[in-house]
Design a protein around this ligand. Structure first.
Ligand code: RB5
Length: 152
């Protein structure tokens, strides 16, 4: 499994911390930037990562910005993507088990690096549980289809 990572300038340091943490555990990561703390636009990074995941390049992604919110809002615009902002381990587990979220988002101004690592662990070790959640996640996709603009 490869994990796509992305962050804006506000979360550059957290991205580097998470990148190192995953690599030390033998998990392959692909870093979609940013690569420094120069001012950046988080939607550009969110879309790059979300498109790569929707296109099947990576199984999962982690996006980080100041709050995690802008990254999630943007990533969720890409059809097929379910991005969830999690700052606690229970939410991270449920984001996988109930919501089948392929993207985890976190805010570097909200969460410290050690808790962020635990959130990542909880999210990575959890898988979609299916069962009663299958119809619910399928319904999200139906609504998504309803609102997709037809290509002209
Ligand atoms: C800073 O640009 C801040 O707005 C951003 O990092 C993020 O928190 C947005 O949701």
């Amino acid at each position: 499994m490869t994990i796509a990572l992305g962050a804006d300038d506000a979360a550059y340091d957290l991205k580097e911390t998470i990148k190192k943490y995953l690599e030390e555990r033998g998990i392959e990561v692909v870093d979609y930037g940013v690569y420094d703390t120069k001012p950046s636009l988080y939607p550009d990074i969110a879309v790059k990562v979300a498109e790569a995941i929707a296109g099947g390049k990576h199984e999962r992604g982690i996006l980080m910005c100041g709050t995690g919110l802008g990254m999630a809002i943007t990533a969720n615009k890409v059809p097929g993507i379910r991005a969830a902002t999690c700052h606690d381990t229970y939410s991270a587990e449920r984001a996988r088990k109930s919501n089948d979220a392929q993207i985890l988002t976190m805010g570097a101004r909200v969460i410290g690096p050690e808790l962020a690592k635990s959130v990542v662990d909880a999210w990575l070790k959890s898988e979609f549980q299916g069962g009663g959640s299958t119809a619910k996640v399928a319904r999200i996709a139906e609504y998504e289809k309803k609102y997709l603009k037809k290509e002209r």
